[in-house]
Design a protein around this ligand. Sequence first.
Ligand code: HAM
Length: 425
Amino acid sequence: MDDLLSNTLPGMRDLLPEEIGRWQRVEEHARRVFARYGFAEIRTSLIEPTELFARGIGTDTDIVGKEMYTFVDRSKRSVTLRPEATASVVRAYLQNAMYRGGGLTKLYYLGPMFRHEKKQKGRWRQFYQIGAEALGSDHPAVDAEMIDMALWFLQSLNVEAKLLLNSVGCRNCRPRYVSLLQSELGKCVDNLCEDCRRRAATNSLRVFDCKVESCQPYIDQLPFITDHLCPECAEHFEKVKSFLDEAGIVYTIVPRLVRGLDYYIRTAFEIVSGELGSQNAIAGGGRYDGLSEALGGPPVHALGFALGLDRLVMILPEDSNSKEQAGPDLFLAHLGEAAFKKATEIVRDLRHRGLSCCLDFFSGTLKSQMRQANRLGAKFVLILGEDELARGVASMKNLQDSSQQEIAIPEIAGFLKSHIQDRTA
Ligand code: HAM
C-alpha cells in the first residue's frame, strides 16, 4: 500500500481497541462526577468560522497565529477545526440565548481538538479534552467549586496532581501592569531570546512562558502581576483563595502563571503532574468574563477549565477492576453446521439477557477456537458439538480455573449469571 495512505498524518493517531478501555473509564467517570456537580453535556460543532477563534482566543496567541487548521470551505468562507471548545460553548450559549433564564448555566464537553503544534511526548495535533464551563456568575465560590471539581475528578482516579493558581487581573488593571512590564522588558530586551523579543512587543505576558535558560535571570527580575491588581481583582482573588482554604484544597500561587489564550481575566489556574515530563499541564482554566462581549454578546461572567484526556490516560494508574481487562463472559465454540446454527441462537439469547458473548465464524477446529477464546480473554467457553446438541447439553469450561462441566442448554444463562454477577446485576 502507498506509504502515505497507510499512516496517519504526523501528530495524529488512532486509539486502538486495546487502549480504548482506559479512555472509556475516564470518560464515564467524568460524566458521573460532572453530573454530581450539576453540569449538563453540550456537543458543539467541530468546525467554526475562523473569526470565532481569532476574536475569542486572541490573534497574538500561538494557537491563532501558528497552530490552527484553517481552510476555505466550498462557500469560500474561512473555517477552522476547533483548537479548543470554550469559544464554541460561549457561541452556543449566545446563539441559544441560554442567559435568558438568568442563573448559572453549567456545561461540560468531551471531544477532539486540533492544533498544529510541534510534535512531542504528551502533545498531539488531534487531542482530546474534557472541559467544563460555568456561565452567569462572578462569585468567587464558583471559581473554587470549579477547581474543586477538576481536582476531585483526578483524585478519585488516583491521579496525583498539583494546583497552580494566579490572578491575571482585569481590563482595568492589566493594561497598567502590561505597560510597566513593557518598560521593564525594554531595559533587558537585548539580552533576551528571539521569541521573548517578539513577545515583548506583541504579547508581553507570554514572556513568562519562556523556557530558555539565559532569559531566566531577566524574567526573574520582572514585576509580579499579583502586586499590581486593582482592589476589586485583589479582593476577588483573596476570596477565591479563602474558599479553597476552607475546602482544604492545597494550591501554589504562581504569579508568573499566564495562560496561552487571551480571554482570561482574574482567576487563572493549571493542574500539573510530575509524571508527565515537560508537557506537564494536565488541565488549565480560568475566568473569562469578557469573552461573550468579544463575540458580540451581552456581558457574561464565566469560567471553566479543560483537561487533556491524552495526558490523563498516559498517567492513569492501572485499575484491576477496569473494563479494559475484561474480555467477553462467554466464547461459544461449535463443531458442525447444526451446532453453529444453535450457537448463533444461544449467543443472541444470552446477549439479550445482558451477557457478553462471542462465537467463531471461521469453522475452525476446537483447538483454534480455544485459542481465539484465550486471545479475547473470555471467562468461559461453551463447547457445542453435534453429539451434545442431540442430548440438549453443552460443555462449559471455566478458563480461569480450567474446570469443566456439562450443562443443559436452557440453564446456560442462569449458570453464567450466577458466576458473573457484576455485569448482570
Ligand atoms: P489549554 O491550556 O490550551 O486550555 O488546554 C487544556 C489542556 O488540554 C492542557 O492542560 C493539556 O492537558 C491539553 N492539551 C492542550 N494542547 C494539547 C496537545 N497539543 N496535545 C495534548 N494535550 C493538549 C484550553 O483549551 C481552554 N479552553 C481551557 C478553558 C476552558 N479555559 C476556560 N474554560
